[in-house]
Each structure stands twice: as C-alpha cells, then as structure tokens.
Design a protein around this ligand. Structure first.
Ligand SMILES: [Zn+2]
Length: 83
C-alpha cells in the first residue's frame, strides 16, 4: 500500500521577505459608536450616559470614573455615591 506522505521540507524553509512593507493607512480617529450610548432593554432604549443639564438632551456626558463631564460646555457632575 502506498502511503500518502506529506512533502517533507527538504530545504530550509524559504522565508519570503516582502520587499516593501506597506504602510498602514492613516489611522482614523476612533469614534465611539453612538449605539454604545444606548442599551436596549425590553424594546426600550435606555441611555447609559446622562445628558448635560446645561446643553439639554442630546448632549451626552463623558464617563470619567467618579464623575461625568460634558464635552460641550465643560459641565461636571459627580456621580451619586453608591451604597
Ligand atoms: Zn454641556
């Protein structure tokens, strides 16, 4: 019975070196998808971030750990202490 023997690497494996390393395209500024601001719960969109009191709804505040900051007007609101 002849056995299918896989070709064994006889010579040293040729390492193909690309002559030119293509530069990666310009990195685009990462933008948070707007969907991350909402969470759908039971068919209802729940806002995960508070909106700015000064700028009104539509202006979300950034999460800074213990506080929220509005990037629009700079308004900072501290998170309510939990527990
Ligand atoms: Zn604001």
């Amino acid at each position: 019975m002849s056995k299918n023997v896989e070709e064994a690497p006889t010579e040293e494996e040729k390492v193909e070196k690309p002559e030119k390393v293509e530069k990666p395209e310009k990195r685009k500024k990462k933008e948070k998808p707007v969907f991350s601001l909402y969470k759908v719960e039971g068919g209802k969109a729940v806002r995960l971030r508070p909106t700015c009191e000064r700028c009104g709804p539509g202006y979300f505040m950034a999460d800074h750990g213990d506080r929220y900051t509005c990037g629009h007007c700079g308004f900072t609101r501290y998170k309510p202490a939990e527990k």
